[in-house]
Design a binder for this molecule. Structure first.
Ligand SMILES: C[S@@+](CC[C@H](N)C(=O)[O-])C[C@H]1O[C@@H](n2cnc3c(N)ncnc32)[C@H](O)[C@@H]1O
Length: 210
């Protein structure tokens, strides 16, 4: 199953042999660390290629020309490490991985170092780290509902920077709730890995009262 998924995902991504080798190395490290550090929901590793690698990689197209980004609440590197692997070699690219859990940061640092990725691991809280970063896009998967995400990111998303947030079937309710507190431009893109999911693209965020 894992090998079939791997082949299918790598084929659909159309990556080079070098990039495929980096993704393999990342998955191997995750499986190794998972045995002792429990970084992701254990059952999700059975389908790591579809559920985590492909699900993260599809965000690359949403970024368009943007290549300096912050991934908030990176966990075991989804989507941030996958994007850093895909962006390696793209001049000027950089991924800031922001994660407060020290154990997960240890893993992220090891993968960044081993694969020499264009990425920095920030071990700390988003609220403290994000304001100091200069970025073109923000990603966050499975971190918080949209109103909370905009509370965390409104300062960086008030202009041209793009928020790229994978969302599940509650997306419409989240948009309604967030609209009570924020105004913003948004669009959605269908997820390629989950028929019930969409990817939310957000810009020009302002407090609703202004
Ligand atoms: C549910 S996990 C999702 C991880 C990953 N993005 C994924 O999709 O697999 C949320 C992660 O966000 C981190 N996190 C939550 N609140 C945070 C905060 N305020 N600052 C930094 N990290 C945070 C948690 O430690 C956790 O690793």
């Amino acid at each position: 199953m894992t090998n079939v998924s791997r082949e299918r995902v790598l084929k659909s991504l159309g990556v080079s042999r070098e990039t495929a080798a980096m993704l393999d190395e990342f998955v191997s490290s995750l499986v190794r660390w998972q045995r002792v550090k429990n970084l992701v929901g254990p059952r999700t590793l059975d389908d790591v290629w579809e559920r985590h690698i492909a699900d993260s990689a599809q965000l690359l197209d949403c970024l368009e020309h943007r290549k300096v980004l912050a991934d908030l609440g990176s966990g075991a590197g989804f989507p941030g490490l996958v994007l850093a692997i895909l962006l390696k070699g793209v001049s000027g690219s950089h991924v800031h991985l922001v994660e407060s859990n020290g154990r997960k940061c240890g893993f992220l640092r090891e993968v960044v170092r081993t694969l020499a990725l264009p990425a920095t691991v920030h071990s700390g809280r988003i609220e403290a780290v994000l304001p100091a970063l200069s970025i073109e896009a923000v990603t966050a998967r499975a971190l918080a509902p949209l109103d909370k995400l905009l509370e965390l990111t409104n300062q960086v998303l008030k202009g041209e920077a793009l928020g790229v947030f994978p969302k599940g079937q509650d997306i419409d309710a989240e948009l309604t709730q967030a609209s009570k507190y924020w105004t913003f431009d948004h669009a959605t893109v269908a997820s390629r890995t989950d028929s019930k999911a969409r990817i939310l693209l957000i810009q020009n965020v302002r407090p609703a009262s202004l």
